[in-house]
Design a protein around this ligand. Sequence first.
Ligand code: NAP
Length: 418
Amino acid sequence: MTAPRIAIVGAGPAGLYTADALLKKRPDAKIDVYDRLFAPYGLVRYGVAPDHQGTKAVTRVFDRLLSKGNPRFLGGVALGRDIALAELQAHYHALVLAIGCPVDRVLDLPGENLPGVFTSSRFVGWYNAHPDHADGAIDLADVRRAVVVGNGNVAIDVARILAKTAGELAASDLHAPARTALAAHGIEEIVIIGRRGPMEAGFTNAELSELGRLAEASPVVDAADLPETIGDVPEAIRRVKEANLATLRGFLNAEPKRRRIRFLFHRTPLGFTGGERLEGIRLRCPEGGEETLACALAVTCIGYRASPPPDIPFDHATGIVPNVAGRVSPGLYVVGWAKRGPSGVIPTNRADGIAVADLVLADLDQRPAPEEADLAETLNRRGVGIITWDDWARTDKHEIASAEAGAPRKKRTSVHHG
Ligand code: NAP
């Protein structure tokens, strides 16, 4: 077979690890990586918390890969808007969708659309300068109590970002307006609400423990919520549960500080109250009955689902693109969150990418020869403003050069021309 041509849609970790794995096994492959945004890295840039710069260091691996020109980065090109699925399929031997899970799951409760209630992608997108969310201002000035719904790592990230001082956030790559709002707010209490108990929580121990080491915020836990033992849990999660229980026990002795991060377990949200804006959250209590907790900010961190264009299969119940080990149909594959749902950490996508790359390569012999034309030229003729690797590299340099003292970069929400 001639050199295989493979398109990957999505320049996040799943897409880039897949490209890397494909090239390691087939160095003759020609790979195009499309992304609707101007910047590569997906969730590493727009999901990973801005104060977790160590996790973002993986971008150096992706830079080495993309700077070689193969894979070729084609930013600013959206599947379904600028390019159709059929067009991609006609031009490549194989197409891998690494399109993530960009849509928030919702509670579907009264008051969820009140001003002051935000989904996690909206709130995280704001402080991470995601082009879809960075322009809308979020006013924290009158907030005294914030609630964060959910017991996963995203909930912990949001609570920690709200709890940190300006000094603690100085070395982050927070979006500039978010940095200003976070430095000035007067939030006294952040309440993390779980509908189940501490042993059912999804957060991992590194993230939970970090809440005990903040400069001006201390974690608060009700001793009655903590079980004597972790109980009967599968071996695979035993260590994290033991560590979480020990950490939460340690929080019982935390020294009180100016700001509190309070864990409220076994509370099911029933709705949000307020007139013109959010005033409280209604919760079902463990012993029955309900309580209303006054708050002026609520962030729901309850998971995500994929959102493929209509010509791509989608399972509404699971929120993913239906697939068997990554194969949707011969020649069409899915990897990362769109394949397995919103779970795991960045390195989980490396193993996922390697496995899907093997599947793509195993099917290649049966794939018909695609059209020879270079789709980038077709897109240029159509007036689609492709962002090239050089465009991104220039923007990256500009972001780094314009960073405030101590910060790694000042994030832009569009490509830098200059
Ligand atoms: P997650 O771990 O699945 O947590 C979602 C939370 O939402 C769960 O506590 C869930 O409770 C709760 N929830 C769902 N529906 C609800 C409802 N209707 N009412 C109340 N609560 C509801 O997901 P995530 O926090 O979005 O994180 C996604 C993935 O990214 C995870 O794998 C996470 O570890 C990863 N991540 C990692 C890091 C890191 O490593 N630092 C940071 C951020 C994210 P139930 O358990 O009861 O369903």
